[in-house]
Write a protein that binds this ligand. Sequence first.
Ligand code: VGL
Length: 207
Amino acid sequence: MKIASFDVDAQKGFTPLCPNELPVPEGDAIVPALNQLAARAQLRVGSKDAHSPQAAWVVPDHAQMLQALPLANADLTWVSHCVPGTPGFELLDGLPAPLDYDYFVWKGVEPDLHPYGACYHDLAEKRSTGVIEFLRQNGVDLVLVGGLALDYCVRTTALQLRRAGFEVIVYLPACRAIASETAETACIAMSEQGITLAASLEQLDSA
Ligand code: VGL
């Protein structure tokens, strides 16, 4: 069984270290759990949001967030986050440098697109980031997923991987969510598609 681990958007912009971005509670606490996934895998892949501060979906403050947008490729408004060259763009301390991953995706680079999943550049899922092809070329059967945030980018990435035919385990200690209600919906949606949710190392190792 060939296993890859996938660190989804494990960036400082999604942690309390960057309160003006999208601070996921305890977002910076996931590093040991992500490294536990990598220790069980032969390949490690990762993704980063890499957004323009002038993107079409950017609003100036948190009060104006989560409004619907009439754009085909960006569905909700967000405050600016994960801008290359700023601290929020950086991976969490304790993770490898991006070049030390076996495959690494920058996503959301184009200012009119705001994808959640790391497998496609667009919401319509027409433009691959190449990670599915990389995993297939390497004969990967199972992908162990963690990262930020569980309710958006982890959810979408895990579902994309599952649709592509991989076995997928989302390791909950390696994830944190923006909000508990959306986290619950995400867990239901993932389970319904045959994704395993593991809440402990014992569950992970017996899955
Ligand atoms: C994310 C909301 C907006 C995520 C990214 O990485 O989960 N969530 N942009």
